[in-house]
Each structure stands twice: as C-alpha cells, then as structure tokens.
Design a protein. Structure first.
Length: 127
C-alpha cells in the first residue's frame, strides 16, 4: 500500500491491532475487534469479521429510517511505513484487498445483510 506521507509503496500492517467497522457513516461502540496475524489466518479474521458484521447489521436493521447499504469501511489504524514516516494519528486504512479478499467480503456482506432484511446497493457500493 502507498504511504500518504512519502507516496511510496511502503505501507504495511502491524502484526497486532484493531479493526473497526463503519457502515453508511454509522458506528457502534462494539463494532471493532482485535487481530493477531502471528496466530490468525485470513479465515480466522473473516470469522471475527462475520460475527461483528452480524452484530452490527442486527443493530442497524432496527433503525427507523435505514438506507440501503452503500458505504462500508473496514479499517485499521495499525499501519506503518517502511521509511518510518510519521502517519497522521487519525489515519485509517482499509483491510479489504489487503487482509481480506474483496470478493469474499462482498459475498459475506450480502449474506449477512439478507439475513437481517437489509439491501446492499452494489452499483454504488464504496468499500
């Protein structure tokens, strides 16, 4: 991934950290989970993500004026640059495409959304 400071392809994800979930600009206090890449594989991360996504969409489905799901952020701030650039403290980067396959995530999102009676706007979906 590209570092937003030096613009080189030198950004990497720390071995341990936190992953946050935000959908349609909504977040809940428990919509995050810890990861440890030295002990977990992509399947383990997907399992944690599936559980948290299920909790989140269960909560979201109870909204009065819910919109179609059009923006999903699965991000972490636990990244660093090989060149030791000082990243902004508010910088968060997507794990989709890095840690979790995009196609696999979209299938997961569609299944969990369907389970909770929610629809996903695939034509304008931002990940």
């Amino acid at each position: 991934m590209y570092c937003p400071v030096c613009l080189n392809d030198t950004l990497f994800m720390h071995t341990k950290g936190t992953i946050f979930i935000k959908i349609n600009r909504q977040t809940m206090s428990t919509s995050h989970f810890l990861y440890n890449l030295s002990k977990e594989e992509e399947e383990d991360i997907l399992e944690h993500l599936s559980i948290k996504l299920d909790e989140f969409l269960s909560w979201y489905s109870k909204f009065q004026n819910k919109e179609k799901i059009s923006k999903v952020e699965i991000v972490s701030s636990n990244f660093a640059c090989d060149k030791h650039c000082r990243l902004p403290t508010e910088a968060r980067f997507s794990i989709i495409g890095n840690l979790v396959n995009k196609r696999t995530f979209i299938k997961l999102l569609l299944n969990v959304a369907k389970k909770h009676g929610l629809s996903v706007d695939l034509n304008s979906l931002e990940i």
